[in-house]
Write a protein that binds this ligand. Structure first.
Ligand code: FRU
Length: 497
């Protein structure tokens, strides 16, 4: 198999050619979900940053579009967001066309090369053709740098209660909150983060939105903060905070703060490969959830992964919700509902007795690289449950749950090509199980080079990439204790054109 055949994802977005990192500027308008991304089209490692662009009607099948933003004399185009300015608050409209306004960071490479650390400002650009092409605003930058070395990644959201735009910006290891009436003039409202959460790295790519708490009348505000390095399994990861917002200040919820102080288990994803993820603007799910996508890599090794024509893919698009968990609020994620439309072939079984190692399926029955698997075990016992994906070449990827230490794990040490970076498989990834139920349920999404695990209705998520020498052919499960019953197993092969 060619590098392309072996590693080009079946259903995760990857650029046709060149480098990709953070998702940027996602908005929904007129039936299309737009996705922009940090892109270097002329090389397969990080370089002069552009905004690449792709569109989709369902967030699963993507069509790449021409590059939307090119670097210029003010700098590289770093991460940011986009909003649909329905009321033309910006005044950019012409011929009654609705403007889409993108806000991004200019990173001044000349300044950086000259040894200056203050090299980032915020700027805007507008589109009058639904996000296809943009005109940069003549008055850029719209926010000058107040002498902060890492000052970037503006995420704008419409605040319906205050009828104004709210923007969150990463500033060193804090988040700055801004407001604007016209997307051009920005007022600093407040700063959040000192002494709260994980600070073992730079804070990047924030997002801020409210979510209904499932099964209640309550609404809470959620702040996403990507951090690099310092993730729970080293390198890049995204933490979240839950609290309240009065239009000026974000106040962390007391029960949340208490739990956070005990153990920081508040990560959008505990796997090593979901970074810089943010949500779509101008759309929510039917029950008020937000739509999210992340970059499925990690700065520890992103530039070295063994793909040739392109580098990096995104996570599956996900719906974010909020639940009241055991002691406080918890973010839950699941793949967008549109993924179900791709189910093609299914095998299902109930009450499967497992003794020793049991083969659950092989590629003779169903593909293991475009696959959705749902399982449940109704009575967890003090055992280590291990799933394993393997091939004849001797590669294997193992993952599962160790009830004795209450931890989920992924081990990709023997998953194929790993030696491109000493950091890729230098450790097991683990995540604490925060659900308290006896029943254990999980959803597993498999593509050629990625696994996404949604445990306990999405309360704990782990996403990781791998590069086997040949496609995985067998999926098995085993436990180090007595026999047990897998109460339900459903395997769907997905079909993509
Ligand atoms: C996060 C990040 C952002 C920045 C972009 C540059 O991965 O470092 O903070 O805007 O990547 O490509």
């Amino acid at each position: 198999l060619s590098n392309e055949d072996l590693y080009r994802p079946n259903f995760h977005f990857s650029p046709k050619k060149g480098w990709m990192n953070d998702p940027n500027g996602m908005f929904y308008y007129n039936g299309y979900y737009h996705l922009y991304f940090q892109h270097y089209p002329d090389g397969n490692t990080w370089g002069p940053m552009h905004w690449g662009h792709a569109i989709s009607t369902d967030m699963i099948s993507w069509k790449e579009q021409p590059i939307a933003l090119y670097p210029d004399e003010l700098g590289y185009i770093f991460s940011g967001s986009a909003v649909v300015d329905v009321d033309n608050t910006s005044g950019f409209s012409e011929d009654s066309k609705t403007p889409v306004v993108a806000m991004f960071t200019y990173h001044d490479m000349e300044a950086e090369k000259a040894g200056k650390t203050i090299d980032e400002t915020q700027a805007i650009a507008y589109s009058l053709n639904e996000g296809l092409t943009y005109t940069k605003f003549k008055g850029n930058p719209v926010i000058a740098n107040p002498n902060i070395p890492d000052f970037r990644d503006p995420k704008v959201n419409w605040d319906e209660d205050r009828k104004q735009w709210t923007m969150v910006l990463a500033a060193g290891q804090e988040i700055m909150f801004y407001a604007s009436k016209d997307l051009k003039q920005w007022e600093l409202l407040s700063t959040f983060g000192e002494g709260i959460g994980n600070h073992n790295g730079v804070w990047e790519c924030p997002d801020f939105f409210h979510l209904p708490v499932k099964g209640t009348d309550e609404t809470k505000w959620v702040l996403l903060v990507s951090i690099n390095p310092g993730g729970p399994n080293s390198g890049s990861a995204t933490q979240y905070f839950v609290g309240d917002f009065d239009g000026k200040t974000f106040k962390i919820d007391e029960t949340f703060q208490k739990e956070l102080a005990k153990e920081h288990s508040f990560w959008v994803d505990h796997g090593r490969d979901n970074y810089a993820g943010v949500t779509w603007s101008n759309v929510t799910t039917a029950d008020g959830g937000k739509l999210f996508i992340g970059w499925m890599s990690n700065w520890l090794y992103a530039n070295e992964v063994p793909t040739e024509k392109w580098r990096s893919a995104n996570t599956v698009a996900r719906e974010l919700g909020l639940i009241k968990g055991t002691n406080t609020y918890r973010l839950v994620s699941k793949p967008v509902k549109e993924l179900k439309n791709y189910r093609a072939k299914k095998v299902a079984d109930r009450a499967i007795p497992i003794r020793g190692k049991a083969i659950l399926t092989t590629t003779e029955t169903i593909s293991l690289s475009k696959t959705e698997i749902n399982f449940s075990i109704s009575e967890l016992v003090q055992a280590k449950y291990t799933f394993s994906l393997s091939n004849k070449q001797g590669d294997s990827l193992t993952f599962g749950y160790d009830a004795k230490i209450n931890k989920y794990f992924i081990n990709r040490d023997n998953s194929g090509k790993t030696d491109f970076s000493p950091k890729f498989s230098d450790r097991l990834s683990t995540a604490p199980r925060t659900a308290r139920t006896k029943e254990w349920t999980g959803k597993i999404l498999l593509d050629k080079t990625s696994i996404e695990l949604f445990y306990d209705d999405g309360q704990t998520v782990m996403s990781e990439i791998f590069f086997p020498h040949a496609p995985f052919e067998t999926l098995s499960i085993t436990s180090d204790q007595d026999n047990f019953t897998l109460d339900a197993l459903e395997i769907h092969e997905l079909k993509f054109n």
